[in-house]
Design a protein around this ligand. Structure first.
Ligand code: NAD
Length: 339
C-alpha cells in the first residue's frame, strides 16, 4: 500500500491543499501557521510579481526568505514563476482546495474583482478573506448567486475584526433576548509599518480627512511623514467595519448598534490596549448586562487573523464537500479548529 492508500484505509482524509494570495505581512504569517498543521498543506503562494506552486508542498522558510530578499516568491527555485498576473496563472494551473486572500483591498473593490476572476474561470473550491470594510463585504454578499452557481464556497470577513470578534459577538448574543450594543475595540502593536503596508494604508483611510483612495495614493514617504507626526500611533474611531453588516445579516443586531474603533502602534509590537468586544443586551428576565471577550495581549494581529482564516477555510471546505456553495460570514458559521 502506498501512503495515500494507508491514509484511506485508516479513514484519514488527505490534507487540505491551501494557497495564500498576497505574501506580505499576513500572507507570510499565514504560511507559518499552515506549516504547523497536519490537516493542511501550503501548495501555492502569490504576490504582485509572481507565484510559487508545488503540489507536494512549498518550503515555508525558503518561500519567505525568497520574498524578503528578492521581493517575490516568483524567484523561488525551482517552483517559482515571475508574472504580473499571478492569481490568474495559479487559477489555471494549480490544484488547490481553498485560498486565503491575504491581499490588500485597495481599491475597495479589489477583492470582489478577484472573486469575479475565480467565478469566471470555472474554478471550484473555498475562498476566505479577512476583508474589513462594510461596503466591500456588501459587494461580495451581492455576488451570492454567482458564487453559488460557480460552485464556490466563499467565507468573508474571517480575520480578527471582522472575524474572530464578530463571531464572539454572535456567540455572546445567545444569552440575550435583545441586543442593545456591540462595541469592538482593538489594539494592534507592530514593530514597523513596512511589514503590513496594506493594513496600515487601509487604516489611514479611516482617519478624518482621508479616504481609501487618498490612502492608496500615498507614497511610502508620505505614510512615514504622517506616522512621524503621530509618533507612529493611529487612533481610529467609528470605523466603517463590516462587523456591522455581518451581525445584521446574521439577524443579531441592527448595524447602527455596532461600533468599531482601535489604536494601532506601528513602532512597538506591544499592544497599546487589550482588544475586546463588549456585547450588551437584555435577558429574557429583563436584566441588562454586558459580556466582555478580551484577547490575550500576547496574541499578535497575525495570530488573531490567520488562525480564524484557516479555521473558516476548514469549515468552508466541509460545506463545499456537502455541496453547499455561496457566501457566508464569520458571524454565521463556527470556524473549525485545524489540527
Ligand atoms: P501587505 O501590504 O503586507 O501585503 C500585500 C501582499 O499582496 C504583497 O505580497 C503584494 O505583493 C500582494 N499583492 C498586491 N497586489 C497583488 C495582486 N494583484 N496579485 C497578487 N498579489 C498581490 O498586506 P497586509 O498588511 O498583510 O494586509 C493584507 C490584508 O489583510 C489587507 O487587506 C488588510 O486589510 C487585511 N487585514 C485584515 C484584518 C482583519 O482582522 N480582518 C487585520 C489585518 C489585516
Amino acid at each position: 500500500m502506498n501512503s495515500e492508500q494507508i491514509k484511506n484505509s485508516l479513514n484519514i482524509s488527505p490534507a487540505i491543499r491551501v494557497g495564500v494570495l498576497g505574501f506580505g505581512g499576513l500572507g507570510q504569517a499565514a504560511a507559518k501557521v499552515v506549516a504547523g498543521k497536519r490537516e493542511m498543506i501550503l501548495v501555492a503562494a502569490a504576490d504582485q510579481k509572481g507565484y510559487a506552486y508545488a503540489a507536494d508542498g512549498l518550503n515555508t522558510e525558503e518561500s519567505i526568505a525568497t520574498y524578503q530578499s528578492q521581493g517575490s516568491v516568483g524567484y523561488l527555485e525551482p517552483v517559482g514563476t515571475l508574472t504580473n498576473q499571478s492569481i490568474q496563472d495559479l487559477i489555471e494551473i494549480a490544484e488547490v482546495d481553498g485560498y486565503f486572500l491575504a491581499l490588500p483591498n485597495l481599491p475597495n473593490d479589489f477583492i470582489p474583482t478577484v472573486a469575479k476572476q475565480f467565478i469566471k474561470s470555472g474554478w471550484r473550491g473555498v475562498l476566505v478573506d479577512a476583508i474589513k470594510r462594510t461596503t466591500a463585504v456588501e459587494q461580495l454578499l451581492a455576488m451570492k448567486e454567482e458564487l453559488q452557481a460557480a460552485g464556490i464556497t466563499y467565507m468573508t470577513g474571517c480575520g480578527a475584526t471582522p472575524g474572530l470578534l464578530t463571531a464572539a459577538a454572535a456567540l455572546a448574543a445567545q444569552s440575550y433576548a435583545e441586543i442593545h450594543q456591540v462595541e469592538i475595540t482593538f489594539g494592534v502593536g507592530i514593530a514597523n509599518w513596512e511589514a503590513y503596508r496594506a493594513t496600515v494604508r487601509e487604516d489611514i483611510g479611516h482617519m478624518p480627512g482621508y479616504t481609501v483612495e487618498t490612502a492608496r495614493a500615498m507614497t511610502d514617504a508620505q505614510v512615514e511623514a504622517l506616522l512621524d507626526k503621530t509618533n507612529g500611533v493611529l487612533t481610529l474611531t467609528n470605523m466603517e467595519h463590516a462587523d456591522d453588516v455581518m451581525l445584521e445579516v446574521a439577524g443579531i443586531v441592527g448595524r447602527d448598534r455596532v461600533t468599531v474603533g482601535g489604536v494601532v502602534d506601528t513602532r512597538n509590537p506591544k499592544k497599546p490596549l487589550s482588544t475586546n468586544v463588549k456585547v450588551t443586551g437584555r435577558t429574557f428576565e429583563g436584566k441588562i448586562s454586558t459580556h466582555i471577550f478580551t484577547l490575550g495581549d500576547e496574541t499578535s494581529m497575525a495570530a488573531n487573523v490567520c488562525g480564524p482564516a484557516f479555521g473558516y477555510l476548514k469549515a468552508g471546505r466541509q460545506l463545499h464537500q456537502r455541496g453547499i456553495y455561496g457566501i457566508f460570514t464569520a458571524a454565521e458559521i463556527m470556524p473549525q479548529f485545524v489540527r
